[in-house]
Design a protein around this ligand. Structure first.
Ligand SMILES: Nc1ncnc2c1ncn2[C@@H]1O[C@H](COP(=O)(O)OP(=O)(O)OP(=O)(O)O)[C@@H](O)[C@H]1O
Ligand SMILES: [Mg+2]
Length: 365
């Protein structure tokens, strides 16, 4: 069914009028500062996305210009950019087949090796932004701003990108997305530098490997704090109080709960993620350092995946393993074989205990 454009905002209608070769398929207005239309370019015969955004009348439209300068397989490309009117422009990019990373993580079970691969891709894209002569910090790395095309991650949403000051290596802190804001981006002397992108990449790594982070800010506060919140008058004052509690958690380094990671995530991976989200003086100092540590772990990463009813370990030394969620038992079969059979030599009360036995018997990390 053709997309009904009647209800689109005027700017989107103007952009579409300028682009008769574009057949719109979907419309996304989740962004703070514009709209994204996804559809098909009938001449290029490709799926493309059009991002329409608003800006000050005299602002230099930096977003498409920044993307156009970067040529990296993990950074979104730009095909074309035009003005709709003085304070509104749009640019066209390839469409990502899987949409953004947040949606991708909701829709798919991502195996451990694939999580590792996607994080390495992200770091390799960030390294390109950081590299001379670019010297760019993204400042708003979060799942909604990363796209997935097939099995490739693409860095997108360059609305917050800044060039760092050559002398200080820092840029002003961005006020976006409090959950992803690093500790140094709060307070009077707030700033954002290359390692702040590393912190955000560490958080994305945590999510890629299956860690849970709620977007509901109220889920982070205690019952006692909820009572205090109830006594505060005015929406703005309330949200300021909630933000201050989140800020405290971030500064204390207790926002991410590593216990939410699947039980099979190797400690070596957790150590790397912890280093990435450490206080600024203990964090990796360059993305390349972070990437190098991850790459060292690539060989012999077990191919674990969490599914609805069980976790699976594929092809560990010629065997597949299955650990159901509702039964403390280990099932196995030859890799790719038909039926799993229970191995009664594994005895334990839960998956973690069974994994400990598998580790000592099978040399699993
Ligand atoms: N090329 C694309 N292919 C598929 N989906 C896209 C593409 N670009 C954007 N989207 C979707 O649109 C959403 C918003 O895009 P984006 O993050 O670039 O803009 P925004 O958040 O409105 O920007 P800003 O933060 O500057 O206001 C993304 O989270 C993603 O779901
Ligand atoms: Mg965005």
């Amino acid at each position: 069914m053709p997309f009904d454009t009647a209800d689109l905002p005027d700017e989107a209608k103007s952009a579409l009028k300028q682009f008769p070769e574009f057949e719109i398929a979907s419309f996304n207005d989740s962004g703070a500062n514009g709209y994204v239309l996804v559809g098909r370019h009938t001449l290029l015969q490709k799926e493309v996305a059009i991002k329409i955004y608003f800006h000050g009348e005299n602002d230099i439209d930096q977003e498409p210009a920044i993307i156009a300068k970067i040529n990296h397989e993990n950074v979104l490309k730009v095909y074309d950019a035009r003005k709709v009117r003085k304070d509104c422009s749009y640019f066209m990019t390839p469409a990502a087949s899987e949409g953004d990373l947040s949606k991708y993580l909701d829709n798919y079970f991502v195996s451990l090796p694939l999580s590792h691969k996607l994080l390495c891709q992200l770091l390799s894209g960030i390294a390109d932004l950081h590299r001379k002569p670019n010297l760019l910090v993204h400042r708003d790395l979060k799942p909604e701003n990363l796209l997935v095309h097939d099995d490739t991650i693409l860095i997108a949403d360059f609305g917050s990108v800044r060039r760092v000051d050559k002398k200080t290596g820092a840029a002003p802190a961005s006020k976006h997305s409090i959950l992803y804001r690093p500790p140094e981006a709060f307070g009077e002397e707030a700033f954002f530098n290359f390692t702040s992108d590393i912190y955000q990449a560490g958080m994305i790594g945590f999510l890629l490997f299956g860690g849970k982070l709620s977007n509901d800010l109220l889920s982070y506060i205690t019952n006692k704090q909820k009572i205090t919140l109830g006594g505060i008058q005015g929406e703005y004052e309330k949200s300021k109080y909630v933000d201050s509690l989140i800020q405290e958690k971030i500064v204390r380094g207790s926002l991410l709960n590593f216990a939410t990671l699947p039980f099979y995530i190797p400690n070596s991976i957790k150590r790397v993620l912890r280093s990435a989200i450490s206080p600024i003086d203990k964090r990796y100092s360059t993305v390349s350092e972070f990437l190098a540590e991850l790459l060292r772990l690539r060989n012999h990463l077990p191919d674990w995946t969490t599914r609805n009813k069980a976790v699976f370990l594929r092809n560990w030394k010629g065997l597949d393993y299955r650990l159901p969620h509702d039964e403390a038992a280990v099932y196995k079969r030859s890799t790719g074989g038909e039926n799993f059979r229970r191995d009664n030599s594994y005895v334990g009360n839960n998956q973690t205990e069974l994994l400990a036995q598998m580790k000592s018997r099978l040399g699993l990390p």
